[in-house]
Design a protein around this ligand. Structure first.
Ligand code: RIB
Ligand code: CA
Length: 297
């Protein structure tokens, strides 16, 4: 039985690997890619999502444009240094097979409304603006969601946005607070584990010689390009956690989100009054990389 999922994303190099894995592994029924501004602006994240579907020949899967700005804040400076000005550091993709749909939160709500309770998971790979809109504007649909698995935040690791804040949550702290505080089943995959699942050049070069394996090799090669020996596979960990939760060690933490205006806005705060949320704090990185590889055969 394939897992029915909506992937909310801001592709982005690691998003792209996560999406190619989800499409290639044959274990997900991907209902749609909803896009959000994050790594790069909404036009680019939407075009990149369409290009990834085109590579896989998946004209049956829609791309739906979502939020171009966070709930209440300005979009922070784009991290072009990591993902380049096109979001994929110049790796070419084919033109999308179809024009994207509009209004991702509305599309997600309609998709949930037509679904059985608990039958759709949301795999969130970028800032949580779209997901927060759905949970706020359609609370009656919460029970249709099985779980929301989110790449974001950091507990004990240094931040990659502020000193203690992670990029997805720092981009839209209010959205992260809505999702974490919602009654939905939420699992957070933070930097504490994603930084342990790393692509090294030998792993990249050994990826299968399939069309999407070769594309993944190209994407990971440019992701490594600034001379580092390895790079963290943040977003693919969400798909891996969905398929094989036992790869991760999860703890229930009562969390809140720093909504201040300092550089650490979006920081996760362990708060006795917060709602308990499952947070992955350990990972079997070898198993994770081995499972990831199976998506490219
Ligand atoms: O902090 C890592 C996250 O920020 C990943 O989702 C990456 O794609 C960027 O969006
Ligand atoms: Ca992302």
């Amino acid at each position: 039985m394939k897992k029915r999922v909506i992937i909310d994303t801001d592709p982005g190099l690691d998003d792209a690997i996560a999406i190619l894995f989800a499409l290639g592994c044959g274990k997900f029924d991907v209902l749609g890619l909803t896009t959000v501004a994050g790594n790069i602006g909404l036009d680019r994240t939407t075009g990149n999502a369409g290009g990834l579907l085109a590579v896989m020949g998946r004209s049956d899967i829609p791309v739906i444009r979502g939020a171009d700005i966070p709930l209440t804040r300005e979009l922070q400076d784009l991290i072009a240094i990591v993902h380049g000005t096109d979001g994929l550091k110049g790796v070419p993709l084919p033109e999308p097979l179809a024009t994207p749909l509009d209004n991702a939160p509305d599309w997600i709500a309609r998709t949930l409304a037509a679904a059985e309770p608990g039958s759709i998971d949301i795999l969130a790979l970028g800032p949580l603006t779209n997901v927060a809109h759905v949970l706020t504007e359609h609370p009656e649909l919460m029970d249709r969601i099985g779980e929301i698995i989110v790449m974001g935040g950091t507990i004990n690791e240094p931040g990659n946005s502020g000193p203690n804040s992670e990029f997805n949550f720092a981009t839209d702290p209010e959205a992260a607070s809505v999702v974490i505080g919602s009654p939905a089943k939420v699992t957070i995959i933070p930097l504490d584990v994603t930084r342990k699942v790393r692509a090294q050049i030998d792993y990249v070069e050994a990826l299968p010689d399939t069309q999407h394996g070769r594309l993944a090799r190209e994407l990971l090669t440019v992701y490594l390009q600034d001379g580092r020996q390895s790079r963290p596979l943040h977003d693919p960990c969400v798909m891996l956690a969905s398929l094989e939760p036992s790869i991760f060690t999860v703890e229930s933490l009562k969390l809140d989100v720093d909504l201040g205006d300092d550089p650490d806005a979006g920081r996760l705060l362990i708060d006795r009054r917060g709602k308990p949320v499952d947070v992955a704090l350990g990972v079997d990185a070898e198993r994770a990389l081995a499972l990831l590889r199976t998506g490219f055969v």
